[in-house]
Design a protein around this ligand. Sequence first.
Ligand SMILES: C[S@@+](CC[C@H](N)C(=O)[O-])C[C@H]1O[C@@H](n2cnc3c(N)ncnc32)[C@H](O)[C@@H]1O
Length: 238
Amino acid sequence: MTKEFVFKPIGYLRSCYPDKFGVPRQAGLVKKAYSELQIAAEFQPEISLQGLEGYSHLWLQFVFHLNSSVRFHAKVHPPRLEGQTMGLFATRSPHRPNPIGLSLVEIIEIQKDTLVLAGADLVDGTPILDIKPYLPHIESKPEARGGWATDVQKDEIQVEFSSVAMEILQKWIERTGKKELPEVISEVLKQDPRPVIYRGFESQESPYRNKHAFRLYDGDIHFEFTTKNHVIVFDILF
Ligand SMILES: C[S@@+](CC[C@H](N)C(=O)[O-])C[C@H]1O[C@@H](n2cnc3c(N)ncnc32)[C@H](O)[C@@H]1O
């Protein structure tokens, strides 16, 4: 018997990533990416959050609300595999029969009805269905195998800022008070946010394929991969 379920978000994550492009592909990869989750009043946060202060991390369950395609594909193309396919349920792809995601994030602070979190891999405005504390004494499995995701070895990407970008970044930090911006930008770029189709053109003179930008808060970070393992931030607009 097929049953349908209706869920109601408990809140919406306010994150530093206005667009999908640039969002890290897993939680915890950009440790200083801060976000906030205000729990809706109807879920009585003043009572329902009691006890959470003892935990350092929590699981976010959310909806991939910006998914455009609703067609089911049993095989997907994880960006780490540069074009190869993998069975959907062996991946963390956003494109699933039920577009529900799971991210482990750090709890920085609890301010009344609002949680300040770090390390989320979600677009600003993502609907959160539930939060659950991470139980290290049960859920931590240091002996666990990582499957194909850990078999793929990647060289570390070096991130450089041009002098122009550095100057603007400094002004941006002064205006916002966000000292973590250089680290967040570097960590995002170290994950190579480019879709697979834009990789491999590093030595070619093609601004369409080589020059990209991702959005962070109210800024646009313009970057170019000069080689497979080197990226330069050449401009920042805000
Ligand atoms: C690979 S998924 C992993 C998410 C989660 N950690 C999981 O395993 O379920 C992360 C990607 O989902 C995409 N994404 C993030 N928030 C989204 C949203 N609200 N709707 C659709 N896609 C989103 C971004 O492109 C991000 O890089």
